[in-house]
Design a protein around this ligand. Structure first.
Ligand SMILES: Cc1cc2nc3c(=O)[nH]c(=O)nc-3n(C[C@H](O)[C@H](O)[C@H](O)COP(=O)(O)O)c2cc1C
Length: 385
């Protein structure tokens, strides 16, 4: 089937229900740090207008960029905050703005663990499951913000601190409910704290939180259980790496175990990602939807609906994911930075070639000021029609 032989993408605009969450379609705006909060993490006018641009175009669900659950647990500047009740009015304003256009919004909550920026911690420390050797050479160090020069400020979490962080996640989820969000997404991917607990490279613990894959999942499971107990009706999404793609990291066999434990703990939807989530050079159809096979496996392991994100670029890829049973929901990140109205174009049968070239310049722009497509400023010949 080609994109010109009458192929329609109706399935992407069919409703989806999970508990009290009712979506108008299957396309999900993947969590993307917009870098539009103020320096303390409060929603600004820029945050509201950024999310408003995504509304009204047929997305089923808009997931926010990650919001920190405690003040020292943030990785990047201008990240949203959910660590105190002071954040609720701004978050409510954001949720109201999205609801005003008839769209749904989920708050992603995160603790960045050893990838936190020590500048935000009151004592200038960074915390993770265990102390790990930093040489400046491992893939984990090269990929993240964990640097050799930070070895002396790294601390392993005590049991008391772990209990506190589980409470922090629960309180952040309660604030999402209070602010009117439709769902909560727990960030358990990308080698932030929960993902560090799941990953044997980071997790060398010998207590109930370390060991085999079941033990390493205990922290994630406790976070889900506590939130579920506090919010019996809230739709809970858990974002996880299907694989770490890192020597010594988790493999699909591990994430199968985690996904089934999360389902037992009360999670409603699994959002499938992996490390590195931001692949480049998605130049042919086979390169699209790069975690699709793993998404199907995690759906089977958990019995839960899954969102698959990563490299979905064309309507044909969306069609195949939905029709061939890879996923119930399809996440899109970088292309919506360039073209927030993409779902609307597809709904109207406008399948002109995608413009996002997955160059990741949007990430650099977010570090500088706020997320945007830098190629948009300088369209090359033949593109940007
Ligand atoms: C600028 C930027 C910020 C991101 N922020 C987050 C985030 O806050 N939370 C998260 O789970 N993933 C984040 N991601 C990863 C995306 O959710 C997504 O997995 C990734 O962009 C791959 O999907 P895509 O090919 O559709 O862009 C971010 C990606 C980009 C480019």
């Amino acid at each position: 089937m080609t994109e010109t032989d009458g192929f329609q993408l109706e399935s992407a605009f069919e409703p989806f229900e999970s508990g009290r969450l009712s979506l108008q379609g299957r396309l999900v705006r993947a969590p993307v740090w917009s870098a539009t909060a103020d320096e303390d993490g409060f929603v600004t006018d820029r945050t509201v207008s950024f999310y408003e641009k995504l509304t009204g175009h047929g997305l089923g669900l808009i997931v926010t960029g990650f919001a920190f659950v405690s003040s020292g647990s943030r990785a990047v500047p201008r990240m949203l905050g959910a660590s105190s009740d002071d954040f609720i009015p701004g978050l409510r304003r954001l949720a109201d703005a999205v609801h005003a256009k008839g769209d749904k919004i989920s708050l992603q909550i995160a603790h960045c663990g050893l990838n936190s920026d020590p500048a935000y911690d009151p004592d200038g420390l960074i915390y993770g499951p265990s102390l790990i050797a930093l040489t400046g050479q491992t893939q984990i160090e090269k990929a993240g913000k964990l640097r050799k020069e930070n070895a002396h400020i790294m601390r392993s979490l005590t049991r008391g601190q772990i209990a506190q962080i589980i409470d922090d996640f629960t309180d952040a989820a309660l604030r999402a409910e209070e602010a009117g969000f439709d769902a909560v997404e727990i960030h358990g991917a990308h080698h932030y704290l929960i993902s560090q607990f799941l990953c044997p490279v980071f997790n060398k613990r010998t207590d109930i939180y370390g060991g085999g894959s079941r033990q390493r999942a205990n922290f994630a499971v406790e976070v889900v259980k506590m939130i579920r107990r506090a919010l019996p009706e809230m739709t809970l999404v858990f974002r996880m790496n299907c694989e770490d793609f890192t020597p010594g990291g988790i493999e699909l066999a591990d994430s199968r175990v985690t996904a089934s434990l999360l389902a037992e703990a009360g999670c409603d939807i699994i959002s499938v990602s992996g490390n590195n989530p931001l692949r480049t050079r998605i130049v042919k159809p086979e390169k699209e939807a790069y975690f699709r096979e793993q998404a199907r496996v995690l759906h089977e392991a958990s019995g839960l609906p899954v969102i698959v994100t990563g490299g979905v670029r064309s309507p044909r890829a969306v069609y195949e994911l939905l029709h061939n049973g890879y996923a119930e929901l399809v996440g899109i990140g970088r292309p919506l930075i360039r073209n927030p109205d993409l779902p609307e174009r597809w709904r109207q049968g406008n399948f002109k070639p995608y413009e996002c070239i997955s160059c990741n310049s949007c990430m650099g722009a977010a570090m500088e000021y706020s997320v945007r497509c830098l190629r948009m400023d300088q369209p090359e010949e033949g593109e940007g029609q």
